[in-house]
Design a protein around this ligand. Sequence first.
Ligand code: GRF
Length: 190
Amino acid sequence: MKKLVVFISGNGSNLQAIIDACNSGELAATIVCVISNKNNVYGLERAQKNNIPTFIKEKFSNQTREQYDAELAELIFTYQPDLIILAGWMRLLSNTFLQCFPRKVINLHPALPGMFPGINAIEQAFNAYQLGHIKQTGVMVHFVPDEGIDNGPVIAKKTVAINSDDDLASLTQRIHQAEHELLIEVLKKI
Ligand code: GRF
């Protein structure tokens, strides 16, 4: 059984896709813990319902980014994970953390490689489509080797069509569906 650690910051629908795939046996893996940098997010409930240990790691204002990341690395290290999955994690990890887990951190981004890094990627893609700048968007999973934002060696990507009758909500829903599928495909592969 491969040991997975999942980092979240919110709703956790991608976490749910991993939980379901582990529970059904589709993935020969177990989630050893879920980390959230925010309190009271629904993803934490999803983990707790499945008896997965959860940790809320909020950053204190008197802490440097490196101190926060060193504490986080120490916590994760005790679990000896095979893979750390950033599934909707909204904090940039510094090299202090990343150098402890080389080739073990992967990130999911709701856009194609090189497109719309950072927050609101789906909205940015939708706006770009309306301006005629792009015809389609997509999702990708990549390794996180360094502090680059939503950037790193691509493991897999999937294009998602944007339809002329789409609004932001319908596109968002299709992107999330594609993310859930791609993430599980990638986890099966690696
Ligand atoms: C996903 O679109 C992820 O790619 C992005 O944030 C969203 C999180 O969704 N970084 P969820 O919390 O997994 O439902």
